[in-house]
Write a protein that binds this ligand. Sequence first.
Ligand code: HAM
Length: 420
Amino acid sequence: MATDQYQPLQGMSDLIAPEIDLWQALEARSRELLDRYAFTEIRTPVLERTSVFARSIGDTTDIVQKEMYTFEDRGGRSVTLRPEATAGVMRHVAGQGPEALESRLYYLGPMFRAERPQAGRKRQFHQLGAEILGPPNAAADAECIVLQKHLLDEWGLKDYRIRINTRGLPEDRRSVGAALRDALSPSVSALCEDCRRRYETNPLRILDCKNESCGREVDRLPPITHFMSSEARDYFQEVLRLLKRLDIPVEEQPRLVRGLDYYVHTVWEITGTALGAQDAISGGGRYVIPIGEKEVEGVGFAMGLERVMVALREQKADRKLISKRPKIWLISAGTAAFEENLVLMQSLRMRGLCCGMDLQGRSLKAQMRTANRQSAAHVIIRGEQEMERGTFVLKDMATGEQEELDMPGLMERVQALTPF
Ligand code: HAM
C-alpha cells in the first residue's frame, strides 16, 4: 500500500539539490542587490501571537478568516504561524526607539497559509520582502517598485506586468466604503455570496472579486479615486510621475485593492504572463499597522519565490542564474592511496577548492559512478602505479581527457579551476 509517511505535509516541500541551487542563486543575488539599496536583513520568528496578524491584516480578510495556522501553545495562548512577514516586522519596529521608525529592512523566509494547494499555491511558501518605514512619501513608494523591477531584471525574468492603484488616505476609508455601498446598493443581488458579505464588512474588496457578475457591476462604477480626497489623488499622481521619471512602466488598474486591510495610498501587484491562475509574483503597498497602542507606517512588498522560480524555468532562465564552483572528486585504489587522498582533499579544500571522495573504500567503478552522480567536473585518480611514481591522473569529465601530473603540476592545474 502506498504510504505518505516519508512525505512532507500537503502543500509543503523538501527543498534539495538540484533545485536548491536555484534557491541559493536567487537568494545570493537578492541579498547583494538589497545591500546595494541600503537595506539590512531582519529575521523574525515564524510563530507570533495571533493578534499580531489578526489586527493588522484585518479580521474580515481571507487570510485571517480561513488561512492561518492558529493553535494554542502549551500555555493556552493563541499563536499563529506567520502567513506573511510585514506584521511581525512592524511588531519588532513598534517595540524599538524612534530611530527604528526610519529603518529599511528586508526578509527572506517561509510563510504559511492553509490554502487549497494547487499550481503556484503552497501551504508553506517563501517570500523575499522589503519594508521602508516612515510616513507617506511618494519617493519611498516609487523606490520599492524600482527595486522589485531591478530584482526581476537581475534574476533574468521577462514578461511581467506591474499594475498599480491607490486606496487613498486612512481618513478616506470610511467615505470610500460608504460611497461604494451607495453606488452598489441597486446591484447587491447580482453580487456573489462572498461579495454580499463584503458589502457589509469590507466593500473595497468587491472591486477585485474574480467573479464575472461582480466584475460587471464593478465596471459600471467610476474609479475609486473619484471617491477620495484630492490629497490622496495628488499623492498617487506624484508616485506615477516619479515612476515615469525613473523609466518604470506601470499600468494603472482602478480595480486593484489587494487582500490585506492594512494598506493605504499606493498598492501594486506584479504578475507573470507565463503563469497560470496564480500569476501574482509580487504584491505590495503603503500601510498603517496597529501594534499595541502604536501605529507603524511604511511601504513595502513581498515576492513569492516559488512563483518566481516557476516563471524562470518556464522562460529557461533558471540555469543562467546558477554559477557553481566546479567539483573535484578524488578516487583511490588501495588503502595507502585512500589515506593520501584524504590528506590531499583537505589541502585542496584549504586552498578554496570544492571536492569530495568516497569514504567507504568501494571499487574504482563505484567511485567513478559517484563522481558522475556528484556532477564532478574533474576527478583525481590515484592507483597503486601512481602511488609508486608519486603522480596523479587528472581527468576532465566533460571531454574525457586525462593527464598524469606530479604534485606541483597538479596544484597548478587545480588552482586554475577555482575562482578564489
Ligand atoms: P501577498 O500578496 O499576500 O502580500 O503575498 C505576496 C506574494 O507572496 C504573492 O504575490 C505571491 O507571489 C506569494 N504568495 C502568497 N500566497 C502564496 C501561496 N499560498 N503560495 C505561493 N506563493 C504565495 C503580502 O504578503 C504582503 N505582506 C506584502 C507586503 C509587504 N506589503 C507591504 N509590505
